[in-house]
Design a protein. Structure first.
Length: 129
């Protein structure tokens, strides 16, 4: 299965947080899983860290890339095709980061791992517990 992790999913996974159901963690860690992290999530983390709304115990520039690699996550940059897809999305969801994640999942044929059921309005494949 090919997955794209929502930002909260990534954060909870890296923290071993109780908000992440065991079934979701197992899906992410499955040997056959191809798991992607969007640079949009890293961008969102950087903005929220800068605003003081998020604290992480690792640096985004040096330690996070190593954590992603250690966990077998591939990094998905966003391109013009993803941005064009964002421009075509209806405004079911106003969060620009979530809209970009939805467009990436749709363009790349990835299943979004997110607890946010508002994403379902876009017809994106989404999974949770």
């Amino acid at each position: 299965m090919r997955y794209l992790l929502d930002t909260h999913t990534l954060l909870w996974f890296l923290q071993g947080a109780s908000q992440l159901p065991d079934a979701v963690a197992e899906r992410i860690e499955a040997p056959q899983a191809e798991t992607w992290i969007s640079m949009a999530s890293v961008w969102e983390m950087a903005i929220k860290t800068g605003l003081g709304k998020l604290r992480v115990p690792y640096s985004l520039d040096k330690e996070l890339p190593d954590l992603l690699e250690q966990n077998g996550f591939a990094v998905l940059n966003f391109g013009f095709d993803h941005l064009a897809a964002v421009s075509q999305l209806p405004f079911h969801h106003r969060d620009p980061f979530d809209r970009l994640l939805v467009s990436q999942a749709l363009v790349e044929g990835l299943t979004l791992i997110s607890c946010d059921s508002a994403m379902d309005a876009y017809g994106v494949q989404r999974t949770w517990a």
